[in-house]
Design a protein around this ligand. Structure first.
Ligand SMILES: [Zn+2]
Length: 160
């Protein structure tokens, strides 16, 4: 899924009390991998908009993608935080939700999601998120969860 959708899913599902943090956790797995690579290309003056070809992507970007897209790591992080701060751990669930969205909507051709990494390189060869059959329901889902969140915020603001 694109980074904006991930942010908005995070906000809609987990952003009741800390909306910006939920959006950040929703975007984080892509920000630490693709985002970092985009910033480096910007600084080097060789950034080109769009999906970069695999041949120019450095090994560290693949490693960061695999680490940040591991359900094992994300759930372990949420569990560790749960013992310290349950409310924050709930917001952090936007991270594993990002991974759950990526598993079926990445193909083996471009950053398959190895959700048991580093224990296994297994991935599901899914349907690319950019195809209309995935993209349009994604947008509909984003509209529903963000619409609900905004409606809820408005309702809570009125009750004060
Ligand atoms: Zn991702």
């Amino acid at each position: 899924m694109d980074i904006f959708s991930h942010s908005l899913w995070g906000y809609g599902l987990f952003g009741r009390h800390r909306p910006w943090l939920a959006m950040a956790f929703g975007a984080m797995p892509d920000m630490v991998s693709f985002g970092a690579f985009a910033v480096i290309r910007l600084l080097n003056g060789n950034y080109v908009a769009g999906k970069p070809p695999l041949e120019i992507i450095p090994a560290w970007c693949f490693l960061l993608y695999d680490l940040s897209h591991s359900l094992l790591i994300a759930l372990l992080a949420c569990l560790l935080l749960f013992w310290q701060n349950r409310a924050l751990a709930f917001v952090m669930l936007a991270w594993p939700f990002h991974i759950l969205l990526d598993i079926p909507f990445h193909t083996r051709h471009y950053f398959p999601t190895k959700f048991f990494y580093p224990l296994s390189d297994y991935f599901y060869d899914g349907i690319a998120w950019s195809t209309p059959v995935v993209w349009l329901p994604n947008i509909a889902g984003v509209v529903v969860v963000v619409g609900y969140r905004l409606w809820q915020r408005k309702r809570l603001a009125r009750s004060w």
